[in-house]
Design a binder for this molecule. Structure first.
Ligand code: TPP
Ligand code: SF4
Ligand code: MG
Length: 301
């Protein structure tokens, strides 16, 4: 299936990631993942980041199934584990940009421990969180972001555990970049990804993602009634202020779901902060490579 609607922008166009793939399209009609993938490909093209300039890491889930729907250097990891995978790739290939994608189940249930340390360690990774409020690939079980009382498969009486206030949690971890986008606003999402690609550390983008199959409450129409871009809703918003970001995420969703860059605090990232790396130009993996452990192995009884 040819899904490539991108207009080539320069003679290097053939080197850009493409949505052209010979794989069967398995996402449902109306799935927000189409918009997210589209925004990523557009952002990469506009930033002139070719397939040789970046590595694309995927978690497991409907979100993760994007790995065969983009023509790029992709790695498909284990559920909840894309962040240590992406951090490791960033460590070994500091010459590349790293993009990682995962669902809400992977990020805030299975992999929540990894998320905490990815944010506080500020690994140089652009992270897109596909927030569809359920475990979609495994047929719609409640996740830790499913609203209280919502009926999901395996929760016929409704989800009975209150959801995590996930953006408040992220803001409490001393992040360096937090944004919120919407799968149906591809233009804004493209710009958010571009800003994240130019950010030095860990860039967390919460993407409100339509899942018409298993989240029938918050479809595109529901989101479109509520979503307001930050420049329209709060033109004076100070993205350097954690307090201002907290105020925006605390707004009643029936009044507004504010999208845009909510918080940014540029600083030296994880690798730049390591004291033993100061003034060293070789990748960290070079040092590991020089250790010969054969003597230790041969000395074992
Ligand atoms: C460690 C582990 N736990 C559970 C699963 C089964 N599993 C695969 S995908 C998935 C749900 C994915 O939900 P989410 O991360 O929100 O992604 P989505 O499908 O919604 O994009 C589950 C539970 C697994 N593969 N590995
Ligand atoms: S189940 Fe939901 S997230 Fe998965 S492909 Fe279908 S609409 Fe998309
Ligand atoms: Mg999900």
């Amino acid at each position: 299936m040819n899904c490539n609607h991108l207009k080539p922008l320069s003679e290097k166009a053939e080197e850009y990631s493409s949505l052209e793939t010979d794989q069967l399209m398995t996402w449902c009609g109306g799935c927000g993942n189409y918009g997210i993938q589209n925004a990523i490909a557009r952002a990469l093209t506009l930033e002139e980041i070719t397939v040789r300039d970046y590595i694309h890491c995927f978690d497991v889930g409907c979100s993760g199934n994007g790995s065969d729907k983009i023509n790029a250097n992709t790695i498909h990891g284990l559920h909840g584990r894309v962040l240590p995978l992406a951090a490791g790739v960033a460590l070994t290939r500091p010459d590349k940009k790293i993009i990682a994608e995962a669902g809400d189940g992977a990020t805030f249930s299975e992999g929540v421990g990894h998320l905490v340390h990815a944010v506080r360690s500020d690994y140089p990774v652009v992270f897109l969180h596909h927030n569809n409020q359920n475990y979609a690939l495994t047929t719609g079980q409640a996740s830790s972001l499913t609203p209280l009382g919502r009926v999901q498969s395996a929760a016929p009486d409704g989800a009975f555990t209150p959801p995590l206030n996930h953006l408040d949690m992220i803001l409490s971890l001393n992040p360096s970049f937090v944004a919120r986008g919407f799968s149906g606003d591809v233009n804004q999402l493209t710009e958010l990804i571009r800003q994240a690609l130019n950010h030095n550390g860990f860039a967390f983008i919460d993407v409100l993602q339509a899942c018409p199959t298993y989240n029938r409450t918050c479809g595109n129409a529901w989101y479109l009634e509520r979503i307001k871009r930050v420049e329209d809703y709060a033109p004076e918003h100070d993205k350097a202020s954690l307090e201002a970001a907290r105020k925006l995420i605390a707004v009643d969703p029936d009044e507004a779901l504010v999208t845009g860059v909510l918080y940014q605090n540029p600083r030296a990232n994880y690798y730049e902060q390591m004291p033993m790396r100061q003034g060293v130009t070789t990748p960290l993996t070079e040092e590991v490579r020089h250790y010969d452990i054969s003597g230790h192995i041969n000395a074992l009884r």
